[in-house]
Each structure stands twice: as structure tokens, then as C-alpha cells.
Design a protein around this ligand. Structure first.
Ligand code: KIV
Length: 286
């Protein structure tokens, strides 16, 4: 399993300094894997030294573009965000989410989309949503030499089918299916698996049932790692965040205060001052 064949020498040079998917896989049962989403170069640059894995999540559809769900963002748009993040990250493993409609139809479609992500964005791996039903797609992508992060539990791309953003694994049948899903993505070759919004005991069961790291989001502290949408934990996504989000900052408040201070100074002609303007220098030619 190597990503070093996609995207040319420049992409390979950047990948060489970053944590590889193999290194993430080796963290099973060890030091927790720290993951966050990022969609832009500045956010990736700030996060990179602190995290092990940066996910260009299709949550960008909602956080940045204000869409109602993650369905609707294009692969072209994801690749642009992926290129920005991969270009700014030199430490963390960089994973790009394949958006809805770009992999479900067939293993061939999935491989073509994953190849584009690796070649055009220069990321280290791709992520896709689904368990038993997506195992053939995962296997085909891995067989093409591209590492895959899987995603089971609540699948935001299938939220219509699931009847909304609901906690998964409440029934015995549902819990057993989630364990089967996780085992299937491991058998297909995924290097790790996101477990989203499940009953806690089910996330623990999955973590014990598979030999790849489980990355929890609304799952359990016993998972092998954790991921959050960075806009949520930084307080940039309004008040409408799920129970599993903890606010580590209030950037909406910070930005609001800064903008209000700027507006006040502009209206009072207190900005700009001499410190922000260019004086003419005697004898200057231009
Ligand atoms: O799109 C995303 O941000 C994700 C995370 C919630 C895991 O898939």
C-alpha cells in the first residue's frame, strides 16, 4: 500500500515529510490519532504541527459554502481545497473525502475519482462513506495503490436514506450491522475507519473487533483516535452543532469583535493612521 506513485515528484517530495497512512495504521491500540478537518491553506498551516491527520471533509459544503447537506459539492471543488491543504501540510497525513456521486456506482468510478484526488490534489489518501456495500470500491482503490480511510455509522452523504442525523446502532440488529461494516472495510484494505455518531458501546465493540484504528466522532473515548469538524470546535459554525462537539474557542465572537472595532474606527476616520499609510520620501523617483 503506497501513495508514492501519484502526483509526480513535487507531490511525492511533500508526501515524504508527512505521516504516511501506514504510520497511522500502526497506531492501532497506541497513542491516540488526532484528526481535524481543514479546507484552506492557512487553517492547514496552523493545525499541521499539532495533529496527525488532516481531513479535507466534504463538510466543506456546509461550513464554507452554506449548503444544507454535504451532498452537492463537486470533486473539482474538493480537489481545489485538497491542493490548498496538501500544499500547506508538511507533518500530518492529508486525506481527501470523495464527495457523493463520485464512487458509489462502481469500483471503476471509485478508482477514477481516487486517482484524480491523488494526482491533482497531491493528498496521501482518500476517504469514502459506507461499509459492506462499499467494500468492492475500497478494495479496487487499494488495489490501485491508493490508501483508503473508511467511514461507518452515521453517513452524512446518506442522511436522506437514514432519515436524518440520527445516532446509529441503537438496536441489536443495527449494532451488529455496524460491526459487520467495520470488519468489511478492514478486509477490503482500509488503513483506518471513521466511526460517526454511534451508541458508545457499539464504537467500543467495533474498536475491539478490527485491527485498524477507529477514529471516533460522536463515538467513544476508547476509539483509537478522534476527529472533529474544525469549524465546529473553533466556534465558527453558529449554535447548531451536534452534542458530540466541544467548543475549544469562540472564533465567531473574536471575529465579530474585531470587525466591530474596525467599523467603528473607519466611521470615526480613526483608521488608517500614519502607521498604515505611505508618506512621500524626498527625492524618490516613483
Ligand atoms: O466531512 C467531514 O468533515 C467528515 C468528518 C465529520 C469525519 O467526514
Amino acid at each position: 500500500m503506497s501513495s508514492r506513485i501519484y502526483g509526480g515528484d513535487a507531490a511525492d517530495a511533500q508526501r515524504a515529510t508527512r505521516l504516511s497512512p501506514e504510520a497511522i495504521r500502526a497506531r492501532k491500540g497506541g497513542e491516540p490519532v488526532v484528526c481535524l478537518t481543514a479546507y484552506t491553506a492557512p487553517r492547514a498551516r496552523i493545525m499541521d504541527p499539532h495533529v496527525d491527520l488532516i481531513l479535507i471533509g466534504d463538510s466543506v459544503a456546509m461550513t464554507l459554502y452554506g449548503m444544507k447537506s454535504t451532498v452537492g459539492i463537486s470533486l473539482d471543488a474538493m480537489i481545489l481545497h485538497g491542493r490548498a491543504v496538501a500544499g500547506a501540510a508538511s507533518h500530518a497525513c492529508v486525506v481527501l473525502d470523495l464527495p457523493a456521486g463520485t464512487y458509489e456506482d462502481s469500483p471503476e468510478q471509485a478508482v477514477a475519482s481516487a486517482r484524480r484526488a491523488m494526482e491533482e490534489a497531491g493528498v496521501d489518501a482518500v476517504k469514502l462513506e459506507g461499509g459492506v456495500d462499499m467494500a468492492p470500491q475500497i478494495k479496487a482503490i487499494v488495489d490501485a495503490g491508493i490508501p483508503v480511510m473508511a467511514h461507518v455509522g452515521l453517513l452524512p452523504q446518506s442522511v436522506e436514506k437514514l432519515g436524518g442525523y440520527k445516532v446509529q446502532g441503537k438496536s441489536d440488529e443495527g449494532a451488529a450491522q455496524l460491526v459487520e461494516d467495520a470488519k468489511a472495510v478492514e478486509a477490503a484494505g482500509a488503513f483506518c475507519v471513521v466511526v460517526e455518531a454511534t451508541v458508545e458501546s457499539v464504537a467500543v465493540q467495533i474498536t475491539h473487533a478490527v485491527g485498524i484504528p477507529t477514529i471516533g466522532i460522536g463515538a467513544s473515548a476508547e476509539c483509537d483516535g478522534q476527529v472533529l469538524v474544525s469549524d465546529d470546535m473553533l466556534g465558527l459554525h453558529g449554535n447548531n452543532v451536534p452534542k458530540f462537539v466541544k467548543l475549544y474557542a469562540d472564533l465567531e465572537g473574536v471575529i465579530g469583535e474585531a470587525v466591530a472595532a474596525y467599523a467603528k474606527e473607519v466611521r470615526a476616520r480613526a483608521f488608517p493612521t500614519a502607521a498604515q499609510t505611505y508618506a512621500r520620501k524626498p527625492g524618490a523617483k516613483h
